[in-house]
Ligand binder design. Structure first.
Ligand code: NAD
Ligand code: TDX
Length: 329
């Protein structure tokens, strides 16, 4: 199995999960080690994987790796909306050209391909809309990040239809758990509190995200690899809609602070209001069900992980916060 982006948040968890649950699978990781890739995340399994440092948009690197694989799971991407508003260029390169390069290799060598994507391709829902995203929701992305992810999904669909590649796509909601970069909402607030800094809510804090534990996402990916139908799109979500203020209140409480001890900062331009996933197709076709049903205890474990692994995140903290401060966030 070739795992791209295996040194990032979800990819790292996927590699650990795969080595633990599928000991028969030989894993190669292709990762460019951008600011978001961290070799420390794979240190304890370094002798069990074949790690290649390189760019998914570089055909000379990608082709022999794909040729040697039975299945490719493509996580590698620029993943942070705020960064895409500062500089969209690496998003176009990694998310679009990177996916194109992999698809061409998969087509050439006839390899099974699973494409990791996001619910953000569907745009956003009104806060009071009873609807959720389904695999039939029209694409309507808002940011440079989500539009490049949407474009990459459409490339996959076209390569299935036009060239008959054996591909599946999953669009997942917001993940949380260990090894998530501290630029992201939940780990940013946890590490702020460890540093004695108040959590920071964009705007009013009423935007809603549908949270899923990274382990449940990765089990969903394996369910699709095992049982998914070729050419199909599956949505992955765990029915855990919360607004950002509610999430911060739980973090504050779990870390021994008063739940109102946060501050409001500048909003994100074009900030999507609400994401919500209807995962019934995945449930019906594969039998997948989320195992982490209690957000509070999943969050408590995540907080413990950041407390115990300060050496993993500390080197990036000052620069991440300086970037946000420059934008009034
Ligand atoms: P991340 O930013 O933590 O990790 C991305 C990894 O990809 C890093 O290791 C980075 O070095 C690598 N990478 C980036 N560009 C590369 C390139 N050109 N060539 C090779 N490697 C490259 O991201 P994440 O949160 O783990 O997200 C992984 C995937 O899951 C992405 O495709 C993202 O769109 C998708 N996704 C994420 C979430 C979420 O909540 N984090 C939800 C749904 C979908
Ligand atoms: O300090 C903050 N304060 C705040 O209120 C940060 C960093 C974020 N926010 C808000 C913005 C969002 O409403 O929290 C919410 C979550 O923000 P992010 O962690 O940046 O995630 P989001 O933009 O929702 O995108 C995430 O989920 C979908 C991932 O980063 C994407 O890769 C994935 O596709």
């Amino acid at each position: 199995m070739l795992v791209t982006g295996g040194a990032g948040f979800i990819g790292t968890n996927f590699v650990h999960f795969t080595l633990a649950e599928r000991p028969d699978v030989e894993v190669s990781v292709l990762d460019k080690l951008t600011y978001a890739g961290n070799l420390m995340s794979l240190a304890d399994v370094a002798d069990r994987i074949n790690l290649v440092v390189g760019d998914v948009a570089d055909a000379a690197v990608v082709n022999p790796l794909v040729a040697a694989a039975d299945v490719v799971v493509h996580f590698a991407a620029e993943s942070h909306n705020d960064n895409s508003l500062n500089d969209p260029s690496p998003f176009v390169h990694s998310n679009l050209v990177g996916t194109f390069t992999l698809l061409e290799a998969v087509r050439r060598y006839g390899v099974r391909y699973h494409h990791i994507s996001t619910d953000e391709v569907y745009g956003d829902l009104a806060l009071d809309d009873p609807a959720k995203f389904t695999p039939n929701t029209a694409y309507n992305p808002s940011s440079p990040y989500s539009s490049t992810k949407a474009g990459s999904d459409l490339l996959v669909r076209a390569w299935v239809r036009s060239f008959g590649i054996a591909a599946t796509i999953s669009n997942c909601s917001n993940n949380y758990g260990a090894y998530q970069h501290i630029e992201k909402f939940i780990p940013r607030q946890i590490t702020n509190l460890i540093d004695g800094v108040k959590p920071k809510l964009y705007g009013a804090g009423t935007n809603i995200r549908d949270w899923i534990h990274v382990q449940d996402h990765n089990r969903g990916i394996w369910a699709i690899i095992d049982k998914g139908r070729i050419g199909e799109t599956y949505l992955i979500g765990a029915d855990c809609e919360l607004n950002n203020r509610e999430v911060v209140e739980v973090i504050l409480e779990l870390m021994g602070h008063h739940p109102s001890d946060y501050e409001h900062v500048s909003d994100r331009p074009g900030h999507d209001r609400r994401y919500a996933i209807d995962a019934s197709k995945l449930r019906a076709e594969t039998g997948w069900e989320p195992m982490f049903r209690d957000f509070k205890s999943g969050l408590a474990n995540t907080i413990e992980w950041y407390r115990a692994n300060e050496q993993w995140w500390r080197p990036q903290k000052a620069a991440v916060e300086a970037n946000y401060a420059a934008k009034g966030q």
